[in-house]
Design a protein around this ligand. Structure first.
Ligand code: SF4
Ligand code: SF4
Length: 138
């Protein structure tokens, strides 16, 4: 009993072992795969990221000139970032904030990409070396 009282008093006055999230948020680790975003000025809407995404959470609508991702379906694997021939996808180190409703990130392109650019990337996707070439990501 005296030992327990000592522990209770010690815990009462000592600093909490956990962070009071969301008041205090731990900064993201270097190279952490947090929120996904697209630099639309470089995106050619080639759809390669959508085709390679294992959870099919990316939708590319060429007619509407939009690229969208469902952050609640994304597993933050980074495959889309690795296969994008334009290097326009990136993860921030910050993780998705808690939310009451599920919303998608929808980004719109200001002007359509040149058609020859789209055909080129569709026919010959650039697969970086760090992706296992023997692995079928479909
Ligand atoms: S792979 Fe890259 S360029 Fe192609 S649609 Fe996705 S983000 Fe755009
Ligand atoms: S990180 Fe993975 S799951 Fe998320 S959008 Fe990219 S390929 Fe899909």
């Amino acid at each position: 009993m005296p030992g327990m009282i000592k522990n209770v008093l010690k815990n009462f006055i000592s600093k909490s072992a956990t962070r009071p999230y969301p008041i205090e948020v731990r900064p993201g680790f270097k190279d952490a795969r947090g929120e996904l975003t697209n630099q639309m000025s470089k995106c050619t809407l080639c759809t390669l990221c959508a085709k390679k995404c294992p959870t099919q959470c990316i939708t590319v609508l060429r007619k509407e000139l939009t690229w969208e991702v469902d952050p609640f379906t994304c597993v933050y694997c980074g495959i889309c970032v690795d296969v994008c021939p334009q290097n326009c996808l990136s993860h921030s180190t910050e993780h998705k904030k808690p939310a009451r409703t599920k919303t998608k990130l929808i980004l719109k392109q200001e002007k359509p990409p040149a058609p020859e650019e789209i055909i080129k990337t569709d026919e010959k996707p650039v697969v970086p070396e760090k992706i296992d070439p023997g692995h079928d990501y479909h």
